[in-house]
Ligand binder design. Structure first.
Ligand code: SAH
Ligand code: DHB
Ligand code: MG
Length: 222
């Protein structure tokens, strides 16, 4: 099967089950217009995040890596009116586009973009005694995945769900000799999950408009 087939199937699924969504389409268009890289989750992946957040009954969501706020809109839409999503972004242009997109989607009351290095923002959240998050979506610089996972553990509770995007990257993750920092980081993430008695995790390969990739799901058990 080829990328062309994966694109056609994703287009079919998104047309069938996501449909026309002005706020999400406007968010993608604004991100493209501002020259942001086209690396947001696909519509059917965004809806998966949304459904997982609903299944969690999430009231508090943390995202690491905002880009233009596309995945943040999907996640924040799963929150109750008094819920909160905090999303962390290092790039001021990306953060600005995301704030505009979240406001246009009517989510600026419950979704906050925090500008800065995610590692610093995560440390500040722990330092401030932030209430645990019910769901954490890790989708920023891949070499830092082990660090972000470690912070996520400090910011969650038993029953929380941690999701990590882009863990396959064309299959590179299976190469134990890889020196690519993103691959090394994602392999180290898997070692941390395996060695952590408080969590149970699994990783799934995917194909689609985002190519051949995958995600990791981790449930905090105790
Ligand atoms: N979650 C988004 C896509 C995020 S792309 C979506 O699916 O819609 C990854 C983002 O992480 C980029 O915007 C990039 O600027 C940001 N990023 C990279 N390194 C970072 C860091 N150290 N701290 C915070 N954000 C970072
Ligand atoms: C890249 C980042 C992502 O979060 C993604 O989903 C796809 C690609 C990247 O940095 O290339
Ligand atoms: Mg991603």
């Amino acid at each position: 099967m080829s990328q062309q087939t994966w694109d056609a199937v994703d287009a079919y699924f998104s047309e069938a089950l996501v449909g026309h969504d002005p706020a999400l389409e406007a968010a993608r268009a604004a991100a493209d217009e501002a020259g942001l890289p086209p690396i947001a989750v696909a519509p059917n992946q965004g809806k998966l995040l949304h459904l997982l957040a609903l299944t969690q009954g999430a009231r508090r969501i943390l995202e690491v890596g905002t880009l233009g706020g596309y995945s943040a809109i999907w996640l924040a839409r799963a929150l109750p009116a008094d819920g909160e999503l905090i999303t962390l972004e290092i790039d001021p242009t990306h953060a600005g586009v995301a704030r505009g997109n979240l406001a246009r989607a009517g989510l600026d009351k419950i979704a906050e973009v925090r500008l800065g290095r995610a590692a610093d923002s995560l440390a500040a959240l722990v330092e401030s005694g932030a209430e645990p998050f019910d769901l954490v979506f890790i989708d920023a610089d891949k070499p830092s995945n082990p660090e972000y996972f470690t912070w996520a553990l400090k910011l969650t509770r038993p029953g929380s769900l941690i999701i990590v995007d882009n863990v396959v990257r064309g299959g590179a993750v299976a190469d134990a000799d890889s020196t690519d920092p993103a691959t090394v980081g994602t392999r180290r993430l898997h070692e941390l999950i395996a060695a952590e008695p408080r969590v149970s995790g699994t990783s799934i390969q995917t194909v689609g408009t985002k190519g051949y990739d995958g995600f990791t799901l981790v449930r905090v058990q105790h």
